[in-house]
Design a protein around this ligand. Structure first.
Ligand code: ZN
Length: 158
């Protein structure tokens, strides 16, 4: 099967942290900075060929800024709009990107991380990925499951 490269790259503005996490969970390259000036956001978006996601109308009306304006406050509604507009349903790659820092995850052998995860995790999980940038270890535990349930609901409604 052909592997689709995700063509859509985003920067979520500083109010859209939750949305950024879900886009990353789907595998989409999404930057997020809790504190960033609009000017820097626009420069970065243009340099890196990214789309700025924002609920800020002033920012969305700036010239020469690749902006996608999101009206809803609700993350689920925001996701639905993006999924539809950018056809994100066609190629999500869940569990492929660090939801905290956006770096692509790498598969890692259980024995390599055995001392770094809680006992229960050791016992019940055998598949792990890790983020080489922020050193987080990922497994498909409760947190992942909850996020995936939310995402699957959104995809179903889209
Ligand atoms: Zn990371």
């Amino acid at each position: 099967m052909e592997h689709h490269k995700n063509a859509n790259r985003f920067i979520a503005d500083c109010h859209l942290g939750k949305l950024a996490k879900y886009l990353r969970l789907m595998g989409f390259d999404t930057l997020f900075f809790p504190h960033i000036e609009d000017d820097d956001l626009v420069i970065m978006a243009n340099n890196e060929d990214r789309i700025i996601l924002t609920r800020d109308r002033a920012l969305s009306q700036r010239k020469n800024a690749p902006v996608f304006f999101l009206e809803p406050i609700d993350t689920k509604e925001q996701l639905k709009i993006l999924i539809e507009y950018y056809h994100l349903k066609d190629h999500p790659v869940p569990f492929s990107r660090c939801i905290v820092c956006n770096t692509p995850l790498q598969v890692i052998e259980k024995e390599e991380i055995i001392d770094k995860v809680p006992e229960k995790v050791k016992k019940y999980f055998n598949y792990f990925e890790y983020c080489p940038a922020c050193d987080r270890i990922y497994w498909k535990g409760d947190h992942y499951r909850h996020m995936m349930e939310f995402l699957e609901q959104v995809l179903k409604e889209s």
